[in-house]
Design a protein around this ligand. Structure first.
Ligand code: ADP
Length: 560
């Protein structure tokens, strides 16, 4: 029997081209390249010489059914589909998020695809890459140091230390830092107050970074961040403190997109990485727009299920600039369908068409949701070695009966550069050629309460929303401060359409509980916190870190 190679082994066996060659392939001028070693480069959008009269590329958004621990393979599909589209002769570019270190050491695995559909160098990208997350962390923590110093130095702005809405961040799953007390030790050590840490990918700076259109827009958005309230309950912004220039300076290099390549040599921009459950969940707008300017087709991914990442892509990101998708792919797996149909994780390898049929309700709701944005999705069935022909046939027949385009893709096993994704690429190309009628789910004129109700009823399938008493107070505050026109960024568990991670499938007859609302006036959305979703995750009992090491030449092992 042939040994199944790990993602890392496959990545190490692959031959990379010098990044200058990939840049040339993508039409990037040499003087726009800033090299980070032989295989990574930042590109300076200001120095790109774009082809005269070229139309912006069309966007394919890759999303999925509700995630399960069985794994769906959105990144794998994104990379494999782009390779397959390139193989068919299209001018393609990928726009992906950068992985966060916390989940990598925890349990999630890398975020660079898998099998023969990966972006390279996968170990670099999954570790410190070009330092963007370090820059975001530094900008965030610089702001907090400046705020606490302002309070210490006499607090001219009258910042109420009990009403801070901004926290320090770290790119690590570290539950011990969720709640801390700072400034202890006497009058020379600062002013004591309760504080806490979020994970970097949950920070508003990361969201601002990913939604800015250019450096000037980055500065204005940073200036608009509300980090707390005064003793008179007036919002205080970064511009009130006068430090948006310094924060922009700390981000000036990070904001340039990172160019890398897939195993098959397709150019990919990997840039920015907000979580999709607690933030908006897609790569930087600058990377998406740059890829659209360079290529004819851009394949990009929105995190977690279509209820989270895709909804936010359409209702938040696609309002800031014209990045509306022309096609949407919903990734499904037989294993995940079985889990949605009630099969426990340790029995997913056993053939079970009935469970697939029971779990398909979850996929059906996601497919219907995408259609609500005016786009008929293509279902990509990510093939696992354990899938039986009967199960795959059943799912294809179900899709056909529902009138949904679908293809089985083996881009993990055979690679998009091989023939694993040819059929998917053909279906996606056909979808791109059809006219779409993209629209947002809700108009911004609705009140924040109505916007939340719309998302919850239309996308999650809930009966309505329960607002906690603090959340109701926040709604009034949002109204008073003139923030009602902002879109909503739902913070919800990725595992369920409900706010209870254990309710799988397509539940009916439930309400969503909004416990708090946090205005992110720099990013330009209101976060609605539901259920018990965390902005600082913890590590599992047996963290993936326990399997990791490096050999004596410095090559990582055990990084998936
Ligand atoms: P997502 O983007 O949905 O989180 P990824 O594409 O990152 O998922 O894949 C998660 C993990 O599952 C990766 O380690 C990848 O190698 C593995 N994986 C994905 N597709 C397959 C497949 N068809 N067969 C086996 N493993 C797979």
């Amino acid at each position: 029997e042939q040994k199944v190679l790990s993602d890392l082994e496959i990545a190490h066996n692959a031959t990379m081209l010098p990044i200058e060659q990939i840049a040339e392939r993508a039409g990037i001028a040499v003087d726009a390249l800033e090299l980070y070693g032989p295989y990574k480069a930042k590109i300076n959008p200001a120095k790109l010489r774009l082809p005269q009269g070229k139309k912006p590329g069309k966007v394919v958004l890759v999303s999925a059914m509700s995630p399960t621990p069985a794994g769906e393979g959105k990144s794998t599909t994104t990379v494999g589909l782009a390779d397959s589209l390139a193989r068919a002769g299209n001018n393609v570019m990928i726009a992906l998020r950068e992985p966060s270190l916390g989940p990598i050491l925890g349990m999630k695995g890398g975020a660079t695809g898998g099998g023969y559909s990966q972006v390279l160098p996968m170990d670099d990208i999954n570790l410190h890459f070009t330092g963007d997350f370090h820059a975001v962390t530094s900008a965030n923590n610089a702001l907090m140091a400046l705020v606490d110093n302002h309070i210490f130095q006499g607090n001219a702005l009258g910042i109420d230390p009990r009403r801070m809405t901004f926290k320090r961040v770290l790119d690590m799953n570290d539950r011990a830092l969720r709640e801390v007390v700072i400034g202890l030790g006497g009058p020379t050590q600062g002013v004591p107050r309760q504080d806490g840490f979020d994970i970097t990918v949950a920070s508003e700076i990361m969201a601002v970074f990913c939604l800015s259109t250019d450096l000037d827009d980055l500065r204005s958005r940073l200036g608009r961040i509300t980090f707390g309230y005064t003793f008179d309950r007036a919002p205080v912004t970064v511009a009130d403190l006068g430090v948006e220039g310094a924060l922009t300076m700390l981000l000036k290099d990070a904001i340039k997109p990172n160019l890398v390549q897939t195993i098959a040599g397709t150019p990919a921009l990997v840039h920015g990485g907000p979580f999709a459950n607690i933030a908006h969940g897609c790569n930087s707008l600058i990377a998406t727009r740059t890829a659209m300017e360079l290529a004819d087709i851009v394949v990009t991914e929105a995190g977690f299920g279509a209820d989270l990442g895709a909804e936010k892509y359409m209702d938040i990101k696609a309002r800031i600039a014209d990045v509306a998708p022309s096609a949407v792919v919903v990734v499904a797996t037989i294993r995940a369908l079985k889990m949605q149909g009630g099969v426990p994780k340790d029995q997913l390898d056993q053939p079970n068409v009935e469970a697939v049929a029971a779990g398909v309700e979850n996929l059906k709701r996601h497919v219907g949701n995408v259609a609500k944005f005016g786009i008929a999705p293509v279902v990509s069935i990510n093939k696992f070695a354990t899938d039986t022909p009967e199960e795959l046939e059943w799912l294809l027949a179900w899709c056909a009966a529902e009138g949904v385009d679908a293809a089985v893709a083996d881009v993990w096993g055979r690679g998009g550069g091989g023939d694993g994704g040819d059929e998917l690429a053909t279906k996606v190309a056909a979808a791109l050629a059809r006219p779409s009628d993209f629209h947002h789910l809700y108009p911004l004129e609705l009140s924040v309460e109505e916007k939340i109700q719309t998302i919850v009823q239309e996308i999650y399938g809930a009966d309505g929303v329960d607002f906690s008493v603090p959340a109701l107070k926040r709604l009034a505050e949002i109204e008073k401060n003139g923030w009602s026109g902002l879109p909503v960024c739902m913070a919800k568990t990725q595992y369920s359409f409900t706010d209870d991670a254990s309710r799988l499938g397509a539940p009916k007859g439930f309400k969503v509980h909004v416990r708090d609302l946090i205005p992110k006036t720099g990013a330009g959305f209101i976060v609605a916190l539901t259920g018990a979703v965390m902005t600082m995750p913890g590590l599992p009992k047996e963290p993936a870190a326990m399997r990791m090491d490096v050999d004596s030449e410095g090559n990582p092992t055990g990084l998936f």
